[in-house]
Design a protein around this ligand. Structure first.
Ligand code: VGL
Ligand code: ZN
Length: 226
């Protein structure tokens, strides 16, 4: 499935029971960063506007932050002879290796300066266990270690989660997918997300899986007034 094949729904204004998760809007995922996602910068303004919209109705806004130790096993540099984007499949790591990125406390791990972080109420860090990656904001790639996001959202009465950010084929995808597994209604905002595109079929298979799980797709223009 391609982006142009998506069917969009209209959700109406965010209301009680809704929350927004903004995924990994960090320097390393934005052009100029170590794991730059094409056009990762052009979505920032729209994300700020959607965060504002959720704030206006006093609804939860959560940021996730990829937060790796310098020797994280998802980095090609941790595997002698391997290069970034090489295929690699091990328990909790893969399907490719990455350039060093989002190292704890680094500039690359910081949120982009234009992201209005004052509009967010919680930050969930993930990927801090050396041997396990965490694409999802909910659950690490071992499929069992929880980040605490589910508890936070449930505690705040969330039933429907809107998801945007980077990258559409990894952390947005896995967050949306696990959100469905955990019983949330999930709405992804593709125009406020961009894919990494490695391996080449990562986006199409992510879109297929999300559609199959009942993730819905909404346009930011249908949420935002004017
Ligand atoms: C991500 C690859 C590695 C993401 C994080 O935020 O989508 N992708 N780490
Ligand atoms: Zn990462």
């Amino acid at each position: 499935m391609k982006l142009k094949d998506l069917v969009y729904v209209k959700t109406g204004n965010p209301a009680s029971g809704d929350a927004l998760a903004v995924i990994d809007m960090q320097n390393d995922f934005i052009p100029g960063g170590a794991l730059a996602v094409r056009e990762g910068d052009v979505i920032i303004e729209g994300i700020n506007r959607v965060m504002e919209l959720f704030n206006r109705s006093d609804l939860p806004v959560v940021l996730t932050q990829d937060w790796h130790p310098a020797d994280h096993r998802s980095f090609a540099s941790a595997h002698p002879g391997m290069s970034p984007y090489d295929p690699f499949d091990a328990q909790g790591i893969g399907p490719v290796l990455w350039p060093d990125h989002c190292v704890q406390g680094s500039h690359g791990a910081s949120f982009h300066k234009d992201l209005e972080t004052r509009l967010a109420h919680a930050v969930i860090r993930k990927g801090y266990h050396r041997d396990i990656d965490s694409y999802s904001g909910f659950l690490e790639n071992d499929g069992k270690t929880r980040t605490g996001l589910d508890g936070y959202l449930r505690d705040r009465g969330t039933r429907r989660l809107f998801v945007c950010g980077l990258a559409l084929d990894y952390c947005v995808f896995f967050t949306a997918s696990h959100g469905r597994d955990l019983g949330y209604e999930v709405c992804v905002i593709p125009d406020l997300a961009r894919p990494v595109g490695s391996p080449p079929d990562s986006l199409s298979s992510a879109l297929d899986t999300m559609s199959g799980k009942g993730v819905r797709f909404v346009r930011s223009g249908d949420l935002l007034p004017g």
